[in-house]
Ligand binder design. Structure first.
Ligand code: GDP
Length: 502
């Protein structure tokens, strides 16, 4: 293997005295070397040799094309002048970019968005840059690629395109708008019904905005067609805005599928590998994670994590129904050691501990009360109770990130359906959680009844993709059942209109 390399499984080696590459040092990003050690009891998912090779060559691409390099400066000039044709001549250095635009979404959404943009970047051989939301990425994560940065310089303030965050479904630069306008001309229909579209100006535009968030429409979602992928290939800059886990959608693009299947023989571990490779909590966050773990969780023989996500319209007041659902799930699935009637267990003889995460402390207190006299010698713990979800508050995001990582160290996980916060925790762990179904976010009426069953162990730890395209581009009509398009993609258990890798 080559020079500067990121180790995927650093726990297999003793703590390095010398950094594995000149670009990384243990001191600069401790989590890169230490996190895997928190999952020793679990069988590790191994990345395929092909995935490892792809990552190594992607690192080289990031270094060759990243900010500060001559190709990057050239691409910026091209963006300013808009002259793609001139730059696409013989001195083409092969540097093209995808920018993941951070915006006002919760941290779980932002994480699955960055992971999606990263995989798209690897697949299409583009350098990934992140335009952070209020400086969050630099405060939360270490640089993932050796010898370069993934941060758009100056937080994007001096980037030729201003106000990236304001791009939305109405922007004329979006793929959807370009398809609706006459910027793209459809060619004649060829064999198997496919057409060959082209840019009406003769050359691709210098940039295209990919509007792939929950509000994307039919035209925006033609992104998931081979035809559009071919058109996008020549565009130097792609600006991607999403709050979703696009990866199952990428598997449905025929021209990307073969490569994806080779990279990920285990389809239920895609987010696991992406997140373990790309996301390493920055030292300040890692310090908080390890200090909390050492003080409260490390001694426990078995650790149960409970993630309770109640949307802010409902807090306060807190929801008795949600609490009943948690307790009913835990009883039914024997996840927690409740005291048995008439007997009290000698708590010091048990080494179970429970980690509760929620915006409110009420659920934690109630669960702790229910477990008094039960075998929870390791205690019941809640690291924070933030009250309300806040946007653009780095300290608040750091606590959220710590809790996702702490949850991922648990031996069993009970998570709330529909929540990307829980998806990140279960994906990092590579563990199938017991998932509690919940009402959609936009359903403002609080639940009045505990669903039956209150929870179920899901088929895969993969996040659910909440806003897939139902259009089968090759067949030129909607899928009869998108959950049957390929054997390893199903409809999600928690979101009936979403799809998930299993
Ligand atoms: P989702 O809305 O459930 O899909 O998850 P997101 O992570 O995208 O957004 C929820 C945000 O609310 C988080 O990023 C946190 O800022 C906050 N939040 C929600 N639940 C918790 C929790 O249990 N602990 C902490 N610390 N923050 C939470």
């Amino acid at each position: 293997r080559g020079r500067a390399s990121v180790e995927l499984e650093p726990h297999r080696r003793p703590a390095p005295r010398r950094p594995p590459s000149a670009a990384f040092s243990w001191q600069s990003c401790r989590s890169r070397y230490e996190f895997a050690g928190y999952h020793k009891r679990k069988p590790a998912h191994k990345p395929s040799p092909y995935l490892v090779a792809k990552l190594r060559s992607h690192e080289a691409l990031q270094m060759r094309c990243g900010p500060g390099t001559a190709p990057y400066e050239k691409a910026l000039r091209q963006l300013k002048s808009g002259d793609v044709a001139a730059a696409a001549d013989d001195d083409d250095d092969g540097c093209r970019y995808v920018i993941s635009i951070g915006y006002d979404r919760g941290l779980g959404n932002r994480i699955i968005a960055i992971a999606s943009a990263f995989l798209y970047a690897v697949l299409t051989e583009r350098a990934l840059l992140v335009a952070p939301y209020n400086g969050d990425v630099a405060a939360l994560f270490c640089e993932p690629f050796p010898g370069t940065t993934w941060l758009l310089p100056d937080g994007g303030r001096r980037f030729p395109l201003r106000r990236l965050r304001d791009l939305d479904g109405k922007s004329k630069e979006s793929l959807g708008a370009l398809l609706k306008s006459n910027a793209i001309v459809s060619g004649a229909a060829g064999v198997n019904g496919s057409t060959s579209s082209s840019w009406s100006s003769g050359a691709p535009p210098p940039y295209v905005y990919l509007h792939l968030d929950g509000g994307a429409d039919y035209h925006d979602k033609l992104f998931y067609c081979d035809e559009q992928q071919r058109l996008l290939r020549g565009v130097p800059w792609l600006l991607m805005k999403t709050d979703s886990y696009l990866v199952p959608g990428l598997f449905l693009v025929p021209s990307l599928r073969g490569e994806l299947e080779r990279m990920f023989p285990e389809k239920d571990a895609v987010f696991h590998h992406l997140s373990r490779y790309l996301l390493h909590p920055a030292n300040a966050v890692w310090h908080a994670i390890t200090a909390y773990h050492r003080e409260h969780l490390a001694g426990a023989g078995r650790l149960v994590g409970i993630q309770i996500r109640v949307y802010h319209e409902e807090t306060p007041p807190v929801s008795q129904v949600v609490l009943d659902q948690v307790l009913s799930c835990a009883r039914r699935e024997k996840l927690l050691p409740f005291p048995t009637a008439g007997t009290t267990t000698n708590t010091s003889s048990s080494d179970q501990a429970v980690l509760v995460t929620s915006l409110s402390s009420w659920y934690y207190e109630k669960i702790r009360d229910e477990l008094v006299g039960g075998a929870v010698g390791g205690g019941v713990h809640q690291p924070s109770h933030e009250g309300l979800q806040r946007m653009g508050d780095t300290a608040h995001d750091m606590r959220a990130l710590s809790e996702m990582y702490l949850l991922s160290t648990c031996d069993a996980l009970l998570t709330t359906g529909f929540s990307t916060f829980g998806y990140v925790a279960q994906g990092l762990a590579g563990e199938r959680p017991w998932l509690m179904p919940r009402r959609p976010v936009w359903d403002k009426e609080p639940a009045t009844e505990v669903p039956e069953p209150p929870c179920a162990r899901v088929a895969s730890p993969e996040p659910c993709f909440h806003s897939p395209s139902y259009y089968d581009c090759a067949a030129r009509r909607n899928y009869e059942d998108i959950g049957k398009a390929v054997p390893y993609i199903r409809r999600c258990e928690d979101v009936s209109w979403g799809i998930q890798l299993v």
